[in-house]
Design a protein around this ligand. Structure first.
Ligand SMILES: [Zn+2]
Length: 251
């Protein structure tokens, strides 16, 4: 496999373009997945909260039943005491039964207040739960729709990543392993950008340091594969970048 530096840098530029594409698609894909996961997590939290609320409601309802039974018992006591009052003859006993009646009436009043408060609280709580339940259901519908539409897009992205990776392997096969290794090393060390153009005639497009003229000349002539002395990125000169400021890649 013998190729000149110009051919090597051309291949490295293709690799860089492919790697950029892979990174873009992957990051879009990851964003979509993580948005869905966040939405799912929110739904799960709200579901848990809703269940807790339902448990509390059922506790309150149990308590309400207990208090209602107690109230009924007090009312029975009242009836019994009233009946007793009708049958007493001695005034001493009459006073005692009357006192008992007063006690029972007070108890009934207290119980009625309790039950009424509980009834109101339960009704309010129930409607809060209904509202929350509706919100969670709407959210669930939205999340499902999102997941549904994303499924197709995700599938498309996976297919695209696969195709691009195949293309990458083909391109990578056309170059020496040692150079590929150097590319990978710079790529990893320099945040995914291993190949950059020379900008402003003599500066590295990656780190912006001015590169010595002899390097620039070597790149222009295609006599050697040049890495920036400061950041190690592979350098190229794109003649077409003068026209629109944007480097274009040879297909
Ligand atoms: Zn540099």
């Amino acid at each position: 496999m013998s190729m000149n530096p110009q051919q090597i840098i051309d291949i490295l530029r293709k690799l860089q373009a492919i790697d950029d594409e892979i990174r873009d698609v992957r990051s879009t894909r990851n964003r979509m997945v993580s948005n869905l996961e966040k939405l799912e997590a929110v739904l799960e939290t709200r579901d848990t909260q809703l269940n807790e609320m339902r448990n509390k409601l059922s506790e309150a309802e149990t308590w309400h039943r207990k208090k209602s039974v107690e109230l009924e018992e007090e009312r029975e006591k009242l009836n019994k005491a009233k009946a007793k009052l009708n049958s007493v003859t001695r005034s001493k006993e009459y006073v005692a039964v009357n006192r008992e009646l007063d006690n029972v009436r007070r108890n009934i009043q207290t119980r009625e207040d309790e039950v009424e408060k509980l009834t109101l609280a339960i009704a309010e709580f129930r409607s809060t739960i209904e509202r929350e339940d509706e919100k969670v259901r709407d959210l669930r519908v939205a999340a499902n729709a999102e997941a549904e539409s994303n499924r197709d897009r995700l599938g498309g992205m996976d297919a695209r990543i696969e195709a691009v990776e195949r293309r990458r392997n083909e391109v990578a096969e056309g170059i020496e392993k040692s150079i590929l290794k150097r590319y990978r090393k710079v790529f990893d060390a320099r945040d995914g950008t291993a190949v950059v153009g020379v900008v402003d005639e003599d500066a590295c497009g990656g780190c912006n340091m001015v590169v010595q003229p002899r390097f620039v000349e070597a790149i222009m002539r295609g006599t050697s594969l040049v890495q920036c002395p400061f950041c190690s990125r592979f350098l190229y000169i794109d003649s077409r970048s003068d026209q629109d400021g944007q480097p274009e890649l040879a297909a």
